[in-house]
Design a protein around this ligand. Structure first.
Ligand code: LLP
Length: 463
């Protein structure tokens, strides 16, 4: 996450470490549309609103911390992906980014399919009424129970991830008297330019079957021999928070290469390819993500070109964006608690959440931005670090931020772009209560996932 260092803050300026800073924004009150969802604005009295609702009202009614999700923006992103890929392709939203029954209904209404990677996600999808044929099941170590439930429900595809799983899915499908559509997840050998923990297509990791060592071709042979499996296509997912399309292009080329090999060896043309998710979003204004229509064009062109060159009919394409849909649609609303100015260093601003509601900063060194949202301020910027209330010093939400010097306990801060992989990775560390998700649309706010209570914690504690 290298970034040019411009330690130009008016205070503590000489000690800013390399690599995480740009100069403080000219106006601390401005809200950059690259990181805030589309209905967020600063109103005439200085506070911020979303979906026409003042954040102070949201905090009053629902408490803090809370994830505040802009339903209008979420639906618009679904439509943008749907429209960009058109009728000849499918968009599977990756539920691991964030899933709830309301989200499943939005996806259904906006014409998206859903990728699930656990029994819990499958249960949520089915409980909300997503038709099973629009669901794909993923995972590198699916349990027999998960496979059984998915086959029984009639999911549209299971993405096979290992030789053992081929046998297990075939066996379960046979017992249930089904012919289960499957794809094979392949490892295409691309080094995606992202954090090591979220890159998934290089050789030395746990996902998929390798193209280079022949495992993928062997998996195709085995699946084709099994009557209870219907091989519909090949799947590749190269990683997450990627900006450079080059990795996807290599991946598409190699997947089409396997389709060609399958045609030559078995005389069949597989009808589908899935190129996974992984498209990056803006966490700070310096990030510059691609738009869905650019992505669709770039992937569509390369698949078409490669298939034409190989004399293959162009297969049906699918993609699995998670972060690119959910990420930008929500911010986390916190209340400022204690402030500590460390002379010559920075000011530590403690909020009422932390690594239990956003583990990404600690885990991936992720960068976020933050704004004072309960009022405007004309005060000077101060170099700040927004930290949580957990018992460790790595409990950082926003490592480097400029906030106004008149910041005080009781002010509300919002951290944008927390719609993906924040609530879904939230924990009860220190017996924290996971925050609610509040959906806002057209002047109305409603809870779609409620806040946990101490009773919830005690209910699990049966000793
Ligand atoms: N498809 C498959 C098979 C995946 O494994 C994933 C993400 C996606 C689609 C969606 O990727 P997206 O479009 O959201 O990047 N916890 C990490 C991200 C892990 C992603 C895992 N797989 C983070 O917070 O950055």
């Amino acid at each position: 996450m290298s970034r040019s260092a411009h330690p130009a803050g008016p205070r503590h300026a000489d000690v800013l470490p390399e690599g995480h800073y740009t100069a403080p924004p000219a106006d601390l009150n401005s809200l950059d549309p690259r990181v805030w969802s589309q209905t967020v604005e600063r109103t005439a009295d200085g506070a911020v609103s979303v979906g026409g609702l003042d954040v102070r009202r949201i905090a009053e009614e629902f408490g803090t911390p809370a994830y505040v999700m802009d339903e209008t923006d979420f639906r618009a992103r679904c439509r943008a992906w749907r429209d960009a890929f058109g009728q000849d392709a499918d968009v599977f939203y990756a539920g691991k980014a964030f899933l709830s029954r309301a989200v499943v209904r939005w996806l259904y209404e906006e014409g998206l399919n859903l990728d699930v990677c656990s029994g819990g996600e499958l249960a949520t999808a089915l409980a909300a009424g997503m038709p099973a044929e629009r669901i794909a099941l993923h995972g590198n170590n699916k349990s027999n129970d998960e496979i059984h439930r998915a086959v029984e429900a009639g999911v549209g595809r299971i993405v096979l991830d290992s030789f053992q799983e081929i046998a297990r899915v075939a066996h379960i499908a046979q017992r249930l008297g089904r012919r289960q559509p499957v794809q094979i997840r392949v490892t295409v050998g691309v080094e995606a330019h992202t954090h090591e923990f979220i890159a998934t297509a290089h050789e030395d990791q746990k996902f998929g079957l390798g193209l280079a060592d022949g495992s993928a071709a062997e998996a195709v042979r085995r699946v084709l021999m099994l009557d209870s499996l219907e091989l519909v296509g090949i799947h590749s997912h190269i990683g997450s928070q990627i900006f450079d399309m080059a990795g996807f292009e290599v991946s598409a080329r190699r997947v089409v290469g396997l389709l060609t090999q399958v045609r030559d060896e078995h005389g069949i043309e597989l009808p589908e390819i899935d190129l996974g998710g992984g498209l990056g979003i803006a966490y700070t204004p310096e990030d510059d993500p691609r738009e869905p229509h650019e992505i669709a064009k770039s992937l569509g062109d390369i698949v078409t070109r490669e298939c034409e060159a190989a004399g293959l009919a162009v297969p049906r394409l699918s993609v699995e964006p998670g972060r690119a849909i959910a990420g930008p649609t929500a911010f986390t609303l916190y209340e400022v608690g204690t402030l500590k100015e460390l002379e010559g260093l920075r000011t530590y601003v403690s909020v009422d959440g932390g690594m239990s509601d956003n583990i990404r900063t600690a885990l991936y060194d992720a960068e976020y931005s933050v704004a004072l949202v309960s009022r405007a301020s004309e005060a000077e910027p101060m170099l700040s670090r927004v930290v949580g209330k957990h018992c460790e010093s790595g409990d950082i939400v926003v490592r480097d931020a400029f906030l106004p010097t008149d910041l005080a306990p009781g002010d509300l801060l919002a951290v944008p772009a927390t719609g993906a992989y924040c609530r879904s990775m939230a924990s009860n560390y220190n017996h924290a209560l996971r925050p609610p998700v509040i959906a806002v649309r057209d002047g109305e706010a409603r809870t779609i996932l409620r806040r946990e209570t101490e009773e919830d914690l005690l209910r699990l504690d049966v000793g």
